[in-house]
Design a protein around this ligand. Structure first.
Ligand code: MN
Length: 206
């Protein structure tokens, strides 16, 4: 059985950049639905239902074909959102940029932190329809930017998510309507860089 994780902050904690109502619906309704649907799909299959979600997705070939697409959609939705809540934090709470090994690697890969931010935002804006933009660490240790359609998880391809943004309209439409660029710009103010640093460091150890 998979469970909806608690938000690590209050629903209103990301204001004014991400509004309380969006957070309530996004977490309590959308994320909950992915969890419920995933549990329904895996009913009676305790071997799969007991796997950590990351493992369920990285070993997606072991899921029977009849339910595989459902697990990709809903298991991916569960993993993506669990990740997403963690890489955000109230605007005043965190540091404003990465430090340590991730910072060095971003500068090496993208030239500067500013150009990383620009390239990431451009990648986010280039997501057509529902999906995500991710900064990923590949198995051979490279940092790459990648679009993912729907809830397709980077874990299915052996990549480790370091930073990611939800670009489904449900993530921003109540506050930003069609102004997706404003949402992407605002989102940079609520990044939990300590957590993002940690994502990179633990991926390096693994
Ligand atoms: Mn979402």
């Amino acid at each position: 059985m998979y469970k909806l994780p608690k938000l690590p902050y209050s629903y209103s904690a990301l204001e004014p950049y991400i509004d309380e109502e969006t957070m309530r619906i996004h977490h309590d309704k959308h994320h909950q639905a992915y969890v419920d649907n995933l549990n329904k799909l895996l009913e009676g299959n305790s071997k799969l239902a007991n796997k950590p979600i990351d493992k369920l997705l990285s070993e997606i070939d072991e899921v029977p074909e009849s339910i595989r697409q459902g697990v990709i959609n809903n298991g991916g939705g569960h993993a993506n959102h669990s990740f997403f809540w963690e890489i955000m934090t109230p605007p005043a709470a965190g540091s404003s940029s990465p430090v340590g090994p991730l910072k060095e690697e971003l500068i090496k890969t993208f030239g500067s932190l500013e150009s990383f931010k620009q390239e990431f935002s451009a990648k986010a804006m280039s997501v057509f329809g529902s999906g995500w933009a991710y900064l990923l660490k590949t198995p051979d240790g490279k940092l790459i930017l990648k679009r993912h359609s729907f809830q397709n998880s980077p874990l299915m391809h052996g990549n480790t998510p370091i930073l990611g943004i939800d670009l489904w309209e449900h993530a921003y439409y109540l506050k930003y309507q069609n102004r997706k660029a404003e949402y992407v710009e605002a989102w940079w103010n609520v990044i939990n860089w300590e957590k993002v640093d940690e994502n990179y460091t633990s991926a390096t150890i693994r």
